[in-house]
Structure formats: C-alpha cells, structure tokens
Design a protein around this ligand. Structure first.
Ligand code: KG4
Ligand code: ZN
Length: 337
C-alpha cells in the first residue's frame, strides 16, 4: 500500500508544505519571506508572523496541487528543530492540530537529517547515495560532515566551531553592502570575477572541524583597508571579492571532507543544505570526486535550500518504522542530530 505524507517546514524563513506518495513528490510549495531582505539576516519575530500568515495558504496549495483530499493522508511530518523557536512553533502547532482534526499520526523530523535524506526523494534527475556515505551538510545555520549508515543512523564526524559556511557567504555579502541572503548573490558575482585576486587567511583547525569566523574577519579587514585608499573599491572589485571569498570557502570545505573520506575509506559522498546550491562548490566537488574516485551525489537545486519535500521524505522513513510523536511534543532550537 502506498503512503501519502504531508510535510511541513517552518524552521527559519521559508514556510513550506509538501505531499509525497512514498518517496515521490506530488507537491512542494515554498513561500519565502521578503521581509528580511533589508535587515542583513532573518528577524525571528518577523519570521514567525510571516509563517503564521503563510501556513494555511501553502498547505491548501499543496493539497490542491497534489490532487489529494485530507482524508487520503496517512501522516503529517513536521520540522521539530533545530531552528527559530517562534517559527518552529507555527509548524509544530499546525501539525498537531491538523493531525488531531484528521485522526492521523504526527511524525517529528530533525531539519538537518531531512536535508541529508532529501537525496532519497524519487526524482530521476539525481543519483541516490549508497550506505554508508558521508554527507557535507552546509547551510545558513550548520556546517557538518555526517556519516550516514542508514536512514536512521547518523554520526557527526566534523562540524563548525563558530560560523556556518552559509553565514560566511551572507556576512561577506553584507560587508559588500548586498542584501540578505547574500549567498546566491556572491555565487552570481563570482562567475564574473577572478578567484585568485585576493588572498584571505584560511582557518587552521585540527581534525575534521571547521571555522569560518577568522575568514570573515580577514575579508572585513581587506575591504576596510582598501576602502581607505579608494572609496569606490567595493563597486570596482565586487566580482573579484566574491570570487575570492567563494574560492576560499569551497577550498576549506573540500579539504576537511577529503580528509574524512580518506580516513574513513568511504567514497560515497553527498552534498546537502542551502549552500549546496552554490555553483562553485558543486563544480569543485564533482572535480575533486573525479580525481579521488568518489561517487558524488548532488541534490536537485529545489531540494537544497529549505523545503518541505525533504521533511516529508524523512517522515516517510519514520512512518515505515511507526515512529510517531505524541501530542505533547515541543520544538527544540539547537543542534543534536
Ligand atoms: O538550508 P538553508 O536554506 O537554510 C538553513 O537551514 O540555514 O540555507 C540557507 C543558506 C543561506 O546562508 C544562503 O545564503 C545560502 O544557504 N545559499 C547559498 C546559495 N544559495 C543559498 N550560498 C552560496 N551560494 C548559493 N548559491
Ligand atoms: Zn536548512
């Protein structure tokens, strides 16, 4: 028997609802939040208000798009954490009420595991990793190398000790006066720039862990010093600045990933999270993989940044184990995978 699952994502600044039949996507509706653009980052209070406004329309659209009636759903999966509390509460409370009204079970999903399990969305556009695999999860809030042994067994073998890779992109963009989120803008500018134009200091952290705060400071000082000499520096060199910053972030990410792959002997490598949309990272990983003999798995763009399809697919794996949550489940804001 096939299983129809409604997935709900509201951890940060996208309100999303998806419907899957087993691992096949029937609908994946995402409402972004323009309201944060001029603040240089997500404003939590504004995010929860926007989720509150968006949640009913996105669920409604997902049901219509999937041509599914509420009574054909078998479970509702929602992001329990990590994320912003006010934002998570909107999705969590909606999922509980919806499940109570329709008499179906609720499934709580970890946002980071869902980013990884997005690889199992049934879509002929990409390949599915074989277990065990290493996943480089890079988003606005997290940067991790995760060993995945099956859809329920995850082990973090390296992670950032300060900023996430997405934050490094966003902060560099902010220093250049670009709006939030800056990652996609840096990506676009970098295509026109010289990646070797500027030297930026790389972190020296032992093991498989990452650090991006020193790199951000190095970028800030470079821009500050050059602006003293020429007020038009950013405008004249923005493509070179973006390309140089992107090159260093990508080099740092791949260095540790390469070390982890070498030491664990795992050659199945996957990429996940919002920064997985970065064209420089995608290209560099494919190139590195070809050189190292890895099997590289890169998700379709639509499943890299926050979306409910990944929540629904993660929920599907838990549904198979009848791993349901109770009505007293509450969100968590921080980390654990
Ligand atoms: O996974 P995600 O949508 O949300 C979190 O869970 O954080 O990731 C958002 C992050 C932001 O920092 C954004 O700037 C970054 O992903 N991002 C990119 C690109 N697209 C999104 N960074 C670099 N290049 C991109 N093309
Ligand atoms: Zn995310």
């Amino acid at each position: 028997m096939s299983v129809n699952i409604l997935g709900i994502e509201s951890s940060c600044d996208e309100t999303s609802a998806a419907i899957i039949r087993d691992t096949k996507i029937l609908a994946n509706i995402i409402a972004g939040q323009e309201v944060h653009r001029n603040y240089g980052g997500v404003v939590p209070e504004l995010a929860s208000r926007a989720h509150q406004q968006n949640i009913i329309p996105v669920i409604d659209q997902a049901l219509k798009h999937a041509k599914i009636q509420k009574n054909q759903l078998h479970a509702v999966a929602f992001t329990r954490g990590p994320g912003l509390l006010g934002s998570l509460l909107v999705g969590t409370s909606f999922a509980k009420a919806f499940a109570m009204g329709t008499g179906i079970p609720i499934i709580e999903v970890n946002h980071l595991k869902a980013h990884i399990l997005a690889h199992f969305i049934d879509d002929e556009m990409h390949t599915v990793p074989a277990f065990p695999f290493l996943c480089l999860t890079v988003s606005g809030g997290h940067t991790q190398i995760v060993r995945v042994d099956d859809p329920h067994t995850f082990a973090i073998i390296g992670e950032t000790i300060d900023d996430a890779a997405g934050e490094a992109f966003d902060k560099a963009a902010k220093i250049m006066g670009l709006p939030y989120p800056g990652g996609p803008l840096i990506d676009k500018l970098a295509r026109e720039g010289d990646a070797a134009a500027f030297d930026l200091s790389k972190p020296k952290i032992p093991g498989y862990d990452y650090s991006f705060s020193g790199l951000k400071t190095s970028f800030l000082y470079l821009v500050r010093d050059e602006l003293k000499k020429d007020a038009g520096f950013i405008e004249k060199r923005k493509a070179d600045l973006a390309a140089s910053m992107q090159r260093v972030i990508v080099e740092v990410l791949l260095e540790k990933l390469g070390r982890a792959a070498h030491d664990t002997g795992i050659g199945e490598i996957a990429l996940a999270g919002g920064v997985a949309a970065n064209s420089g990272l995608r290209e560099a990983l494919v190139k590195e993989g070809a050189g190292q003999g890895w099997k590289v798995h890169i998700p379709k763009m639509a499943y890299t940044t926050d979306n409910a399809a990944m929540i629904a697919v993660a929920g599907y794996f838990k549904y198979l184990k009848k791993d349901f949550a109770s009505q007293d489940v509450v969100p968590y804001t921080r980390g654990i995978i």
